[in-house]
Design a protein around this ligand. Structure first.
Ligand SMILES: Cc1ncc(C[n+]2csc(CCOP(=O)(O)OP(=O)(O)OP(=O)(O)O)c2C)c(N)n1
Length: 259
């Protein structure tokens, strides 16, 4: 999710009166403004955690609850899973398309301290693209399809570009999310997915090429404040969903070291 001073989910919470397309156009407008001032936050650094009652109490004390919302996600890939096997995640959420792309973990030079190595192990970071023509281009490149021209009007021609690129929905579920802000730039989401999985995530957004280590440091501090201990990697919603509903794909993804 892109955020500037105004949180995008504040707009999304209004969508009982605004259509998804209108929300998307607001998002795009904000995106353009952000780009113009050169602070486009397009890389998400995050750590998943399992939220205990104690943590929730701490969070309610030290964080500011910025609301609850519900969204339905649909994930798309080719029948041969050419995107997800390369760690690309194409999703439609509330009428908006998003593509999460892997980025190099190399950020600067020098040895990592033990703490930094642990933070890197526990955190994921992905670039998020939300501009549909850019998404289509990236997807085409990844799956190397000779799929003809996809320069179509995005919101009205969903089916067309998807079928041209042989993309089908392989996962869909609804999430109820409660969000908190902890300190400048640190957001905590508590997710409850409709297939029975609860998970929390600590998230920091940085610009492309920004300092991933310092984002990880912020996440580590937030984790400490919540009393999170240990170095256990926690599964995200998609891990659990795939394991349960697409075990063969899950096994392939594991052997490709994507999850
Ligand atoms: C712990 C872990 N999670 C995800 C992945 C791979 N992966 C990357 S993107 C991706 C799809 C989105 O997953 P996630 O970030 O868990 O979803 P969500 O929290 O709803 O998205 P948000 O609202 O924060 O944008 C996956 C599976 C991984 N390798 N390891």
């Amino acid at each position: 999710m892109k955020r500037c001073g105004l949180e995008l989910h504040h707009l999304e919470q209004l969508d009982f009166t605004l259509s998804p397309e209108f929300c998307c156009s607001i998002r795009n407008t904000l995106g353009l403004k952000i780009k113009a001032s050169n602070v486009k936050m397009s890389v998400e650094v995050e750590r998943k955690f399992l939220c205990s009652e104690d943590m929730l109490e701490i969070l309610e004390k030290i964080g500011v609850c910025v609301g609850q919302r519900q969204f339905h996600d649909q994930y798309f890939d080719t029948p041969g899973f050419e995107l997800t096997l390369r760690d690309f995640w194409l999703r439609k959420r509330k009428g908006c398309w998003e593509l999460k792309c892997p980025i190099s973990t190399i950020n600067g030079t020098g040895e990592l301290s033990e703490e930094q190595s642990l933070a890197a192990k526990l955190c994921t970071h992905y670039k998020e693209i939300t501009n549909l023509p850019e998404i289509q281009q990236r997807v085409k490149k990844v799956i190397k399809g000779s799929c003809g021209d996809t320069e179509t009007t995005p919101s009205q021609e969903d089916e067309l570009w998807l079928s041209k690129l042989d993309l089908v929905c392989f996962a869909e579920f609804t999430t109820v999310r409660r969000s908190f802000t902890l300190e400048e730039g640190v957001q905590i989401d508590l997710d409850q997915a409709d297939f029975g999985y609860h998970v929390g995530e600590i998230e920091v957004l940085i610009p492309e090429g920004g300092d991933v280590h310092s984002a990880q440091e912020k996440i580590r501090n937030a984790a400490q404040k919540l009393g999170l201990s240990g170095d256990q990697q926690v599964e995200g919603k998609m891990n659990v969903y795939l394991k349960r509903y697409h075990p063969e794909h899950y096994a392939k993804i594991l052997s490709a070291h994507v999850l």
